[in-house]
Write a protein that binds this ligand. Structure first.
Ligand code: UD2
Ligand code: MN
Length: 520
């Protein structure tokens, strides 16, 4: 009897606990919903449950039995289309901003923006999720319109169904069509010319804007005529998980003129007195996501309309902004996600290499002065590619009295992979003013006497990467070991090595002199 009573008590207390747990759970999940609705100021448009696939930016897991189908669908857009289609068009996302960004206040009278999104054969779900995220997470007073530019897509659902769908949205959304496949550069030019907002904001067609993304961009433009980019967060191409990007990386490029992310250097941290919520001056932009004042976009010459399909325009506009007196920044309080892909899903009419090389040649010829040789030397064959007529772009540079590329390297991008000072630029390597033998970010390094040399990441500490050139004997002496760079120390080895400087026949190196930006 007593034992039974004891059990009842235990049962009752655990029941109370379970109920309390449930209450806490309900209370907080309800509150999450409230906050989310408050943030967006709108009810869930698709009425979908807030714990559905991908909500809160969570990864989507595809059940085993659908894996084959998933792989098939992946090929269509080069991202997990099945996962994307499972996620609500207005899914919730985490607030990934730095704490110091959350309470910043911005003026009331910010300029309004048009959002221009160009696309070619984009998936319905990613395109519309981009549109909904703009509408749901921007103050409507700041949104002039959204302009969707269809670059001659070949998908029926992107025709009338798209026009009908966007008609019922509470922000004006226009769909304009390119008559033929023109590439993202000319598509953006068309979108920009048809839009009317004081600011133009460009987005790729597979983005998701997070809470508070727009205000800091517009506020910065209102303050100064800067060109501003958000931090680009990563939406996984495999799972559509939303992952915050870092405020500690900024844009650069390598010798092949590929855009690359690099750590924000100390000098830029110091300039901002360590305040990570202040905008970062960046040498280049990734290209897809940025806001610019409409008049300023005109003034600095919009884009190079001679560039085709994809590529090169991001470095071109970056060099142009800096060299012609402007500023390019990453506004670290603004976060927008983007689906980064490992491969391109669409065709490049005329050949991928051909198009990208053409675009890159146009930018190198117009903006890079003698430093274009770094690009030409590392990309053999590129000089055979026809880059068309650049007279109007060169005239633009003249008209705006833009500074030389050496100024840009010196003042904007001193940590560039392209050495500002160099003695010689040979077939494969450059011999830099730091006395490194270098290609891109790799330096000739010796870790073993009488052994092969290696290309390792440049550390700029001299040490094992320090070489002295003797212009009389034509030898390259590794200072630390006092051995010479040797073409064939072991009979059957083709790998250059170091050994004693007595084998002169194998140790002569001709360093070709090119016109130097500075004389040493
Ligand atoms: C990056 C940029 C992209 C652009 C590109 C270099 C980001 C996040 N993305 O590559 O905006 O600057 O570098 O050119 O910074 N598109 C067309 N017509 C075409 C090809 C593409 O409209 O012929 C659209 C495409 O649907 C997409 C946008 O252009 O909305 C960018 O293309 P992407 O997503 O393939 O470029 P991405 O992100 O690899
Ligand atoms: Mn993209």
């Amino acid at each position: 009897m007593r034992r039974f009573a004891y059990c009842k008590v235990v049962l009752a207390t655990s029941l109370v606990w379970v109920m309390l747990d449930m209450f806490i759970l309900l209370y907080f999940s309800e509150c999450n919903k409230c906050d989310d609705k408050k943030e967006r100021g709108l009810p869930g448009r698709d009425g979908g449950p807030r714990d559905g696939p991908g909500e809160g930016g969570k990864p989507v897991v595809i059940p085993k039995e659908n894996q084959e189908k998933m792989k098939e669908m992946f090929k269509i857009n080069q991202f997990n289309l099945m996962a994307s289609e499972m996620i609500a068009l207005n899914r919730t996302l985490p607030d990934v901003r730095l704490e110091g960004c959350k309470n910043k206040l911005y003026p009331d009278n910010l300029p309004r923006t048009s959002v221009v999104i160009v696309f070619h054969n984009e998936a319905w779900s990613t395109l519309l999720r981009t549109v909904h995220s703009v509408i749901d997470r921007s103050p409507h007073t700041l949104l002039e319109e959204i302009v969707l530019v269809d670059d001659a897509s070949e998908r029926d659902f992107l025709k009338r169904p798209l026009e009908q769908y966007v008609r019922r949205l509470e922000i004006p959304v226009r769909v304009v069509r390119m008559e033929q496949r023109s590439g993202l550069i000319r598509a953006r030019l068309k979108g920009a010319s048809l839009s009317t907002g004081q600011v133009i904001t460009f987005l790729d067609a597979h983005c998701e804007c997070t809470i508070g993304w727009l205000e800091p961009l517009l506020a910065r433009i209102k303050q100064d005529k800067t060109v501003v980019c958000p931090i680009i967060d990563v939406i996984s191409d495999d799972t559509f998980e939303y992952m915050a990007g870092s405020d500690m990386t900024y844009g650069g490029f390598n010798w092949k003129l590929n855009f690359r992310w690099y750590p924000v250097p100390q000098r830029e941290m110091d300039r901002r007195k360590g305040d990570r919520t202040l905008p970062v001056r960046t040498p280049t932009m990734a290209g897809g996501l940025f806001s610019i004042d409409r008049d300023y976009f005109q003034e600095i010459g919009t884009y190079d309309a001679g560039m085709d399909i994809w590529g090169g325009e991001n470095l071109e506009i970056s060099f142009r902004i800096w060299q012609c007196g402007g500023t390019l920044e990453i506004v670290t309080c603004s976060h927008v996600g983007h689906v980064f892909r490992k491969a391109t899903p669409y065709t490049f009419p005329g050949g991928t290499g051909q198009i990208i090389n053409k675009n890159n040649r146009r930018l190198a010829e117009v903006w890079m002065d003698e430093f274009k040789n770094f690009f030409y030397i590392i990309s053999p064959g590129v000089t055979k590619v026809d880059y068309g007529d650049i007279t109007s772009r060169s005239a633009l540079r003249q008209k705006l009295q833009c500074k030389p590329f050496s100024w840009y390297l010196e003042n904007v991008y001193p940590d560039s992979q392209i050495p500002r000072h160099y003695y010689s630029l040979g077939e494969v390597f450059s011999y830099t003013a730091n006395k490194e033998i270098r290609t891109d970010d790799l330096c000739l390094d010796v870790s073993k006497l009488n052994g092969p040399v290696m290309m390792l990441k440049c550390h700029h500490l001299k040490g094992n990467q320090l070489w002295e050139y003797d212009p009389v004997k034509l030898t390259l002496i590794h200072v630390n070991s006092n051995q010479c760079l040797d073409k064939a120390s072991e009979e059957d080895s083709q790998v250059p090595s170091v050994r004693d400087c007595t084998h002169t026949r194998f140790q002569q190196w001709l360093l070709r002199n090119v016109t130097l930006p500075e004389v040493f």
